[in-house]
Design a protein around this ligand. Sequence first.
Ligand code: SAH
Ligand code: SF4
Ligand code: F3S
Length: 473
Amino acid sequence: MHFAMTKAAKKHFIKTFGCQMNVYDSERMSEALAELGYSAADTPEAADLIILNTCHIREKAAEKVYSELGRLKQIKQARQAEGRRTIIAVAGCVAQAEGREMLARAPVVDLVVGPQSYHRLGGLLARAENGDAGIIDIDFPQIDKFKHLPARSNGARAVSAFLTVQEGCDKFCTFCVVPYTRGVEYSRPVSEIVDEAEKLTQAGVRELTLLGQNVNAYHGEGATGGVWSLARLLRRLAQIPDIARLRYTTSHPRDMSEDLIALHGDEEKLMPYLHLPFQAGSDRVLAAMKRRHTRDDYLELVRRIRAARPDIALSTDIIVGFPGESDEDFTRTLELVRDVVFAQAYSFKFSPRPGTPAAAMANQVTDEVKSARLQQVQALLRAQQSAFNGACVGRRLPVLFERAGRSPGQLAGRSPYSQAVHAIGHDALIGDIVEVDIIAAGPNSLEGGIVGALNEGTQDVTPASQPGTDWIS
Ligand code: SAH
Ligand code: SF4
Ligand code: F3S
C-alpha cells in the first residue's frame, strides 16, 4: 500500500539562487506544481522534476548554474539506471538571458522557462513528460502571470512571508541585467495583493515583505480606481488586523517619494529598516552608471528619512571597480559610507554582464584592484554593522519569533531593525511579538532574554504582546 502510493506520487525539487523575488517565485511554482500532482521532495535524488531557479546578476551567480547542472546530470543518469525518469528544468534570470545557449551547452536540460512564463509551466511540463526535448519559453507575455498562477494555498506557513508587488525595471543602470531578464516595470493591482496578503495571514503569516526590483516605484491600479503609490498600498495592508509588521525591498533613491518617507514616521506596522542601494560615492561614477542621482541627493534623502524616523536602520548595495573608477572615486564611496553610517550592507566587485553597456566600456578595473577595494569597504561596513548591533545591548526590543533556533529551547526571530535575535523561549511564542532584553551582540545577530522569563525557564514566559505594539520608543 505504502509502496503503491509512493510510486504514484510525483515529486519535485526546486533549488533557488539569487534575490528574494526568486524565493517568492519558487514558492509560487511549488504551489502550481502541487496542483499538477507534484509534491515536494527532500532531496534532488528523490525528485522526478528538478528546477533550478537561477540568477544572472553577476558572473559568479550565473556560473553556479552550470556547475549545478553537472551534478544534476549524474543524478539523472543514476536515476535512469534504476528506470526512473528525471525532468531537469531551468527557470529564472539565466533561463531568460541564456536559455537557447544553455540548451546547446547543457543537453541535460529538458526545459527552459523565463520568469514571466511560470503560469505556463503546466503545459511545458506536459510536453516534457511526453518526451519532448529542448523546450523553451522565454517570451515576455503581455499578461499578468500572477493572475494565472493558482491562488496562494492556505497551508501552514512561515511567520514571515514575501509578497511580490512589482516586477521588472525600466531604469537600465549601465551595469545591470535586470531590465533584460525581468522585462518592463509592472505593478500588480491592489486588490490582487490585498487578497493574497489576507490568504497569507489566514495561514499564520504575521510579517509581510513586499518585493519588487524597484518596489518603491510601485504604481498599481487602486482598490477604488486610480493609481496607488507604495505608501498607499502599505497603509491599506496595515489595516489587515493579523499583519503585525510590514517591510519592503528593494528601493531606488529616485523613487523615495514624500508620502513613503512620511509613512515611516506615522505607520507603526512599517518597520524602521530600509534597503536603499547607492552603488557608488563618486558623482562621475554614478553618472556613468546612469543612476540618475548624485551623492548629495543621496545624503539629502537620508537626512529626510531620518527626520521622519530617527532610529531607522539603513542598508545599501555598493559596487566597487566600476569601469573607470579611480582611487579618488573609490575614496568617495568610503566617505559616503562614513557619512551615512549603515546598519548593514552588501558590496560587490563589478562584474561585466553580457549585453550591458558597462561591460563594453573601456578602462575596466583589474581584479586585483577590485579585490583590494572590496576588502577595504567591507572592513568599514563590518565595523559599522558591529557598532549598530553592539549599541542594541542593554536595550529592550520587540522581537517577532519566527522559528525554533539551532540550540535546544532556543527561538529565532527578528528585531524591528531586521537583526536576527536568539532567545530561550517556548515554541508557543512562534508567531508572537515578544519584548526581549538584548544581552549580547555578534556581527550578524543579537542574543537576549525574554522579559519576564525565569532564568532558565522555558515555560514561564510573558504572554504574546499585541500586534502593532512593536514600536520603538
Ligand atoms: N533594483 C536594485 C538592485 C537590484 S540588483 C537597485 O536598483 O538598487 C542587486 C544588486 O546587485 C545591485 O544593487 C548592485 O549592487 C548589484 N549588481 C547589479 N549588477 C551588478 C554587476 N554587474 N556587478 C556587480 N554587482 C552588480
Ligand atoms: Fe538594475 Fe536596480 Fe538599476 Fe533597475 S534600478 S537597472 S534593477 S540596479
Ligand atoms: Fe538575480 Fe534575477 Fe534577482 S538576476 S538578483 S534573480 S532579478
